[in-house]
Write a protein that binds this ligand. Structure first.
Ligand SMILES: Nc1ncnc2c1ncn2[C@@H]1O[C@H](COP(=O)(O)OP(=O)(O)OP(=O)(O)O)[C@@H](O)[C@H]1O
Length: 263
C-alpha cells in the first residue's frame, strides 16, 4: 500500500510556540484515521498541513506522493476533498444546495457559469442523495440547519472524486439524531472500499463511525498515540490525551467514553 500522507518531523511554529511539534505520521491508502485531542491540541493545524494549505516551519510533508515545497499545490489540491467550517464560511449563502455541490467540480465557490455538464449535475445529485439531501436541492445554502450544512459539505468534498478526504469535526453542533444520522452515513462511506482515504478530526469518540481503522491522539502539538484503533483507543491513552481519568468502551462497533467520579 502506498502512502497517502507522510509527515517526517513536522513542526508548525507561530510566535515562538510549536502548534504542531515534531510530528511523524504516515497514512496508507485505504486507511480511515480519526484525530482526537483536547481543544487547542493542534488537530486543525495538522489537517491544514495535510490539505497543503499550510506549510510546516520544519520537517517534510508528502501528500499523495508529492512533497510540499516541490509540487504545484494547485495541481495537488483538487485531489483532496475538504469538509470543514473554514470552507463552509467561504461559500455564498444565496447559492442553492445543488449549486454549492456542483461548483466544486469546477474548483469554484461561486456559480460563474450556469452551463454545467449534465454528467456533473447527475454526480452532484447522487452525492446529495447519498447524504440524505435530495429534498433540499433548491434550498439556499445559507438557510440550512447545521446538520444539513454538514451533509452538503461532505457531498461537496466528494464531488472532485478526491483521493484523500479531510473532515474537520463533521458532527460538531448536531443534535443526537443528527449526529447518529451522520455517523451512519460516514460509516457507509468509511466501509466503502472505493471511497477515498479519510482523516477526521473529532472531539468525541461517540462520533467515530464503524469503518474507521486508525486513531491519532495529539496533545499540545505532540503525538501521544498513533495506530490501529483497536490497539490505541484505550482508557489509558485517552486519559493521557485529555488529562483526566477516562474509561473508553466499545459496543457493537461504536465507542463511548466517560470520566470517573471525583473521589
Ligand atoms: N496563526 C496562529 N498564530 C498563533 N497561534 C495559533 C495560530 N493558529 C492557531 N493557533 C493556536 O494553535 C493551537 C492549536 O490550534 P488548532 O486550531 O490546531 O487546535 P485544535 O486542536 O483544532 O483545537 P479545537 O479543538 O479547539 O478546534 C491553539 O492554541 C491556537 O490558539
Amino acid at each position: 500500500m502506498s502512502d497517502v500522507l507522510e509527515l517526517v518531523d513536522v513542526s508548525v511554529v507561530r510566535e515562538g510556540r510549536a502548534l504542531v511539534d515534531q510530528v511523524s505520521w504516515s497514512v496508507k491508502e485505504g486507511e480511515r484515521w480519526v484525530i482526537l485531542g483536547p481543544n487547542g491540541a493542534g488537530k486543525t493545524t495538522l489537517l491544514n498541513v495535510a490539505s497543503s494549505y499550510l506549510f510546516p516551519s520544519k520537517g517534510e510533508v508528502t501528500v499523495l506522493g508529492d512533497t510540499l515545497g516541490k509540487v504545484d499545490v494547485f495541481e495537488l489540491r483538487p485531489r483532496i476533498g475538504i469538509a470543514g467550517i473554514a470552507v463552509a464560511d467561504k461559500l455564498p449563502k444565496r447559492q442553492t444546495v445543488l449549486q454549492t455541490v456542483l461548483t466544486a467540480a469546477y474548483g469554484m465557490t461561486a456559480t460563474w457559469n450556469e452551463d454545467y455538464d449534465e454528467v456533473d449535475e447527475q454526480r452532484a445529485r447522487a452525492f446529495l442523495d447519498r447524504l440524505g439531501m435530495t429534498d433540499y436541492l433548491d434550498r439556499r445554502f445559507g438557510t440550512l440547519s447545521e446538520g444539513e450544512r454538514k451533509r452538503t459539505m461532505i457531498a461537496r468534498a466528494l464531488m472532485t472524486d478526491p483521493e484523500l478526504l479531510l473532515l474537520d469535526e463533521p458532527a460538531a453542533g448536531l443534535d443526537l439524531g443528527g449526529r447518529e444520522d451522520l455517523v451512519r452515513r460516514l460509516g457507509r462511506l468509511a466501509q466503502d472500499p472505493i471511497a477515498p482515504s479519510m482523516l477526521m478530526v473529532t472531539h468525541h469518540v461517540e462520533e467515530i463511525a464503524p469503518g474507521f481503522t486508525h486513531v491519532l491522539m495529539i496533545r499540545q502539538g505532540q503525538v501521544l498515540a498513533a495506530g490501529p484503533i483497536e490497539l490505541e483507543l484505550t482508557s489509558r491513552n485517552l486519559s493521557r490525551c485529555f488529562g483526566l481519568p477516562l474509561v473508553v468502551e466499545q459496543t457493537v462497533g461504536r465507542w463511548t467514553a466517560h470520566g470517573l467520579p471525583l473521589a
